[in-house]
Structure formats: C-alpha cells, structure tokens
Design a protein around this ligand. Structure first.
Ligand code: NAD
Length: 310
C-alpha cells in the first residue's frame, strides 16, 4: 500500500480509501458477516483511511463500522462528518454538530476521530459555516475529539468559497475526478495547494455509474452520463478488462489527491479494488475511453442551495 500525507496535517493515509457509505445499505442490502470481513480484510491489507457519516444509512454505517473496527481503532485514520443527518435534514449549528459528534463517537466506539468534516456544505449557509460551524469544529479539535477538520461537498465553488474565508485542513469532493470528469484537477487542486489544504477524491466509479450493475435509482447524473458509464463497462469487457478496476486505477494514478475513497461493503470488492493497485492501464484503451466519453465529459448536476451551485 502507498500512503500520502493529507495536506499539512500529520495524517498519512492510504491512497486507496475505504468509503463506508455502502455499509449503511445505501446502494443495496449488505451481508452482515461479509461487510465486517470486508473491513477486517481492508485493515489487514494496509487500507488505513476510513470515511463515514451519520447520514449514511441514517447512522447504520457508523454503527456497523464502529463494530467492525473494534480492537483495530489504532490502526486506522477515521473520518466522519457532521451537519447532515436524517434524510434531507441539515443542521450546521454549533449546538447540533457538537452533540452530533458525541453521538458519532459512541456509534464508532472511540473517543476521537482523526478528521471531522462538515457534510455537504452546499446545502448550508456559507456565512453560518464560516462563522459558526468551522469555529465550533475547531473547539472540538481543541478538546481532543477531532484531530483535524475539513469540509465536504459536490459544489467546488462552495467548498472554495468557504475555505477562502476560514482555514480548514481537508476538502473532500466527489464525482469531480474520474474517467467522466476532471475539474477537481483544474479548479480545486490549484486552490488547495495555494492554501495548504489536503484533497480527498471520492466516488471514482461516479457513485456506481462505472460498474456493471450501474447507477442506483437516486443517482443525480443525467441519463447520457449514466449511459456513458455503461459504454465504458462494455468497452472494457470487450478488451478483457474490469471497468471498475481500471476506473479506480485511473484515480489512484492522480498524485494530487491524498486518497481516493471507493465505496465498499464486501470482501470481493475489497479484493478487486486492491487488485487495481497492481493494474497498469493500457494507454490506447484509455485514449479510446476518453474519446468515447468526450461528449459528456465534465457534465455536472445541481446540488444544494441555488446560490451555492457550481
Ligand atoms: P463509488 O464511486 O465509490 O461507487 C460505489 C459503488 O460501487 C457501490 O455500489 C459499491 O458497491 C460499488 N463498487 C465498489 N467497488 C466495486 C468494484 N470493484 N466492482 C464493482 N462495483 C464496485 O461511490 P461512493 O460509495 O458514493 O463514494 C465513495 C465514498 O466516498 C463514500 O462511501 C463516502 O465515504 C465518500 N463520499 C463522500 C461524499 C460527501 O462527503 N459528500 C459524497 C460521496 C462519497
């Protein structure tokens, strides 16, 4: 396993990160024994970065991850989130995120997290996040309940607007750097470098689009983007290549993200994603894929408050 430092923090995280949202059954129902074994296998094989949120499966993912990490807590860098809770409930107030972290810690069976992130900030009010949420998170850091703090979301404009006004240690964005899009590289990374902020890239499979199973019902991408994912899968299949493996390898090769978070809840996916570490991408196949998806490259969708789109 290869590890990279997250920005200016002392956290050294595996370039392949364990996205724990599927542990909350957000993509489909998971098998209890297999999902626990998946976490154990990942730790054994050197994956040390785990990302979760109280929102995933409405607390289920945190509870299940906490259970699976029992006895292994000191071997992992644990990230969770605050501000996004049940369904579409957002509350970025100091009071709620402070109480929310206590609940998360209990579910995760630990007394601190390594990274506490404000979740999907484009659904919040920028002024509140800058003036209330982040300062409250810094207080939690001073109390030793979070080693570092960060923000996450889809809107790069919103993440940069916040981070230009208040210092954060990490920014996580999703569906912004993979075979279908690369504006994390052109927009977010130059900004993050300038501000000494670590970058985490989530959803290398475009939240399930670049898989044989395809996107879940709730996926916000337009049809032409979903179709492009299936075209990638078909082309790779014709060449005897596993599309998710290639898509993941493409992200792992990107040096400016400290880690790529892929959603996992089964041992077979952990094995396949570890195999991606060994894969070398055929440049001709990659060029063919890029040409094929060019018409829908960098298509984005709207997320959060109108004033935060972008
Ligand atoms: P993803 O692109 O990683 O896709 C996950 C889907 O692909 C799941 O259905 C999973 O079972 C499947 N999958 C994983 N490996 C596979 C393989 N080898 N072959 C076939 N299918 C495979 O999307 P994601 O799970 O949404 O993103 C990864 C993680 O990033 C999340 O779990 C979460 O931790 C984080 N994330 C954070 C935010 C945020 O903070 N706002 C948003 C999105 C994702």
């Amino acid at each position: 396993m290869e590890y990279r430092q997250l920005g200016e923090t002392s956290l050294r995280i595996s370039i392949l990160g364990f996205g724990a949202s599927p542990l909350g059954d957000v993509f489909r129902k998971t098998d209890p024994a297999d999902r626990t074994a998946a976490v154990h296998l990942a730790v054994e094989r050197g994956i040390n970065f785990f990302d979760v949120s109280p929102y995933y499966g409405l607390t289920l993912a945190e509870t299940r991850l906490g259970e699976a990490l029992e006895g292994r807590r000191d071997r992992v860098v644990l990230a969770t989130k605050c501000g996004r809770y049940g369904g579409d409930e957002f509350d970025f107030s100091a009071k709620r995120i402070t109480a929310g972290l206590e609940d998360s810690l209990a579910r995760l069976r630990t007394d601190y997290v390594d990274l506490l992130q404000a979740h999907d900030t484009e659904f919040g009010d920028v002024r509140q996040i800058v003036e209330e949420t982040v300062p409250a998170m810094r207080k939690l850091q001073q109390q030793g309940k979070a080693r570092y703090i960060g923000i996450t979301g889809y809107s790069l404009k919103n993440l940069m607007e916040i981070a230009s006004q208040v210092k954060v240690d990490g920014i996580l964005s999703y569906c912004r750097y993979n075979l279908l899009i690369d504006d994390m590289d052109t927009r977010l990374v130059p900004f993050a470098k300038q501000h000494g902020i670590g970058v985490i890239n989530a959803s290398p499979l475009h939240m399930g689009i670049i898989t044989e199973r395809g996107a879940p019902e709730w996926h916000p991408a337009p049809k032409e983007v979903r179709d492009a994912g299936q075209k990638i899968v078909a082309l790779c299949k014709a060449r005897g290549v596993d599309a998710p493996e290639l898509a993941l390898r493409f992200c792992l090769d990107y040096p400016d993200a400290a880690s790529t978070l892929v959603g996992m809840s089964s041992t077979s996916h952990v094995e396949r994603n570890l195999k991606a570490m060994e894969l070398r991408i055929d440049p001709e196949l990659l060029a063919e894929i890029r040409a094929m998806v060019a018409p829908v490259e960098n298509v984005v969708w709207r997320s959060g408050r109108v004033e935060n789109y972008g």
